[in-house]
Design a protein around this ligand. Structure first.
Ligand SMILES: [Zn+2]
Length: 86
């Protein structure tokens, strides 16, 4: 069930904070209780990428590079050696 923020933005089921103005979901008391205890984060989750995200993205890129560049190159060299040995 979507909810409409006071600013007019239509927020999704799992949105507890309006993506447009940053207001909390009005009828969600648990969220307001958590936000009262937890201080606002050091970065803006809408525009900045976390250090964990960058680390994971780097790992994925490295593995894609190995699978699509290094592995075919090694396979080609090995194939070439096998063909040359005959
Ligand atoms: Zn809003």
């Amino acid at each position: 069930m979507t909810w409409r923020c006071s600013c007019g933005f239509e927020a999704g089921d799992f949105d507890v904070i309006c993506a447009k103005c940053g207001a909390t979901k009005p009828d969600d008391r648990a969220v307001r209780r958590i936000l009262a205890v937890v201080p606002p984060g050091p970065f803006d989750p809408r525009t900045e990428v976390s250090a964990d995200g960058k680390h994971i993205a780097g790992r994925i890129v490295a593995h894609l590079w190995i699978i699509f560049v290094l592995l075919p190159f090694i396979a080609m060299v090995v194939y070439g050696l096998i063909v040359a040995a005959k």
